[in-house]
Ligand binder design. Structure first.
Ligand SMILES: [Zn+2]
Length: 341
């Protein structure tokens, strides 16, 4: 063929196609494949130049067939390499779910709240009901109904916060006993825990706000032995199974007899230390058999039912149990202190 350019005639197209397909098959990366695409199919490739120059139909068809075969091989190899690339990415970038995550600092309940819930749980376990009280009370419920004499010292505005008239912030949780007994008939087994307020100057053992747990049990045939057994159980659960309880006669207006409760010192085991003031015993709080006057006041018949009551400070329990030097730490909101418990 005289008008055929030398370039077309000089090339062994079958060998070129064979060589191209082998190189494409062997291409290990997409970058190599791109170079091969340019080399065999690019505008300056021998095939493209020849196709531009070819005149006879038979050679043209052969060159086109070679081009299509090479293009198909490049496309196929490209899909293979892309899939392999994807597999590798998935394999290498996979998340190891067993690695520990970044932990955020986690808060916890305030020590007073911990003790409060612990006491609630102990009494729930003994079949008691937890009832809410009122922080704002009347002098009727805080004093009169609790058998407090008209001249009793706690009625003084120097002792109790008066909101106005006969409205006061409760100085103890005892009014919740009266509310409960007014609302229901015996048997009554309740504890009521919450904030109380007194005009105390803050020092190591006093703070104008504090928490009390109030307990009341009214039923037929309740005796002093029930009071002692119940409070001994509470003390042992709070301060340790080996603790002994001691009950010393005292006076409170709404109980008769009234008993101060002491627990054997858990720091010195009775040998004597600063916590127990070298007596071997630590004062916990007041208790007693409910005065018949209080029962009559709420319409109960003291000939039919009897009961015991107690009111203890939760902060006192917390500082005793942890050997804390100052009750004010419980109100200071200092994380360095609170994080220890
Ligand atoms: Zn001691």
């Amino acid at each position: 063929m005289p008008d055929e350019p030398d370039t077309v005639a000089a090339v062994d197209w079958e060998a070129l196609q064979h060589e191209a397909l082998a190189a494409i098959e062997a291409a290990a990366t997409l970058a190599v494949l791109d170079e091969l695409r340019v080399q065999y199919l690019g505008r300056k490739s021998a095939l493209k130049l020849a196709l531009r120059e070819v005149r006879d139909r038979e050679t043209g068809m052969a060159l086109n067939a070679a081009r299509e075969a090479i293009e198909a091989a490049v496309d196929m190899r490209q899909r293979e390499l892309e899939r392999a690339e994807l597999d590798r990415t998935i394999r290498e970038d996979k998340v190891d779910v067993t690695l520990p995550g970044r932990l955020r600092p986690r808060g916890h309940l305030h020590l007073t709240t911990q003790v409060r819930r612990e006491v609630e749980d102990i009494f729930l376990g003994m079949g008691y009901e937890v009832v809410d009280g009122r922080e704002v009370e009347t002098t009727h419920y805080l004093f009169d109904a609790l058998n407090m004499a008209p001249n009793h010292v706690t009625r003084s505005p120097l002792h109790t916060f008066y909101v106005g008239g006969d409205t006061v912030l409760r100085s103890e949780t005892s009014p919740s006993q009266i509310h409960t007994m007014e609302a229901k008939q015996p048997p009554v087994y309740i504890v009521s825990l919450g904030r109380c307020y007194r005009r105390d100057t803050p020092d190591a053992t006093h703070y104008p706000i504090f928490h009390q747990v109030e307990g009341l049990a009214i039923d037929r045939g309740i005796t002093l032995a029930d009071l002692k057994g119940t409070l001994r159980t509470l003390l042992r659960q709070l301060f340790g199974a080996d603790r002994e309880a001691k009950f010393v006669t005292h006076f409170f207006p709404f109980t008769e007899p009234s008993l101060e409760v002491l627990v054997s010192c858990f720091q010195c085991e009775g040998a004597g230390c600063s916590m127990c003031r070298h007596s071997g015993w630590i004062e916990i709080g007041g208790s007693g058999m409910v005065d018949p006057n209080v029962l009559r006041f709420v319409g109960y018949d003291p000939e039919e039912v009897s009961g015991f009551a107690f009111g203890w400070g939760l902060e006192r329990m917390a500082i005793l149990r942890h050997g804390l030097p100052d009750i004010r730490d419980l109100w200071a909101d200092d994380l360095r202190f609170l994080e220890q418990f």
